[in-house]
Design a protein. Structure first.
Length: 97
């Protein structure tokens, strides 16, 4: 089979669409450098903000636990059908031969 057999009739349209929305780097070296530094700065800001939000959430949870306290443990209501007991595992009896 030839390579043209696998081509879609929409291939020129797809190629133009891919070219229209493809990421392109600027040709100017200085502009490339500036945009790279801006991207790294944005990444650093997002990481710092994420860490700070996480730290604030942990601190708020710990403060909530501290203020709320443990409280008294309420015993669950006793059920009359439950028998409280101690159990012991008994070895299997040996059968006589």
């Amino acid at each position: 089979m030839t390579a043209s057999a696998f081509r879609s009739p929409f291939q020129p349209f797809q190629a133009r669409l891919r070219a229209a929305y493809g990421a392109r780097k600027p040709r100017n070296g200085l502009l490339r450098l500036v945009l790279g530094v801006v991207g790294l700065g944005l990444l650093a800001v997002l990481v710092v903000v994420g860490v700070m939000v996480g730290a604030v959430m942990l601190a708020a949870g710990m403060l909530y636990r501290l203020v709320q306290g443990r409280g008294t443990l309420a015993s669950p209501p006793r059920d009359a059908r439950v028998v409280d007991a101690e159990y012991r595992v008994v070895a299997k009896p040996l059968l006589p031969r």
